[in-house]
Design a protein around this ligand. Sequence first.
Ligand SMILES: Cc1cc2nc3c(=O)[nH]c(=O)nc-3n(C[C@H](O)[C@H](O)[C@H](O)COP(=O)(O)O)c2cc1C
Length: 201
Amino acid sequence: MLLDLIKSRKSVRKYSPKHIPDEDLRKVLEAGRLAPSWMNVQSWKFILVKSQEMKDLLSELSVGQAHVKNADALIVCIADINAWEEAKITHIKNPALNPALQGENGLLIRTMEQIIYPISYMMLEAETLNIKSCIIGALGNEITELLPDVYTKVREKLGLKENQILSTIITLGYEEEQTPTNKVRKNFDDVISLEKLGNKF
Ligand SMILES: Cc1cc2nc3c(=O)[nH]c(=O)nc-3n(C[C@H](O)[C@H](O)[C@H](O)COP(=O)(O)O)c2cc1C
């Protein structure tokens, strides 16, 4: 069942003007909130954006991608590095177990890693509600260092604190025109092995 949903899912970049009910948006966000994380640190925040003004600004941040401003709603995903400190896990002294002790770079990588899970959960929950989405990673932030002036403005408007990185935007909306899914993926045997790379499962 879930595999069927995964097989039919595709990134959608053209949306109908129909609005997504708030109760469905809540379900999508709830799926993200319930995602797993290392030591349950939940190093993320999500900002639902529905205003056209903010969508326009976020489209600018996403190097002008039109589907960001044309989506019915956006979920701005924040990788929150501060969460590691707030989680009070300093008593765990082994860096292998505690990402907070893996240095600045390690902490950044781990925080970016965590946020992939809620993003995936939200995308799939949206799909169950027939809400289509597209993950937006091409944007200005601390990682890409693109569009620093726009990013500063966005940070201020969204109320982001230091060490909170806008990692990703999820666009949400109903598909303008139903189109078939064309899954372009590497072959099963090219990515999956048994026991050793190259051995077929
Ligand atoms: C981390 C990440 C970043 C992405 N960034 C963008 C983006 O900035 N703009 C866009 O239109 N699609 C973006 N995508 C969507 C991919 O292009 C898309 O998932 C891929 O081509 C496979 O197509 P499918 O999702 O329809 O199966 C991104 C996907 C991921 C996972």
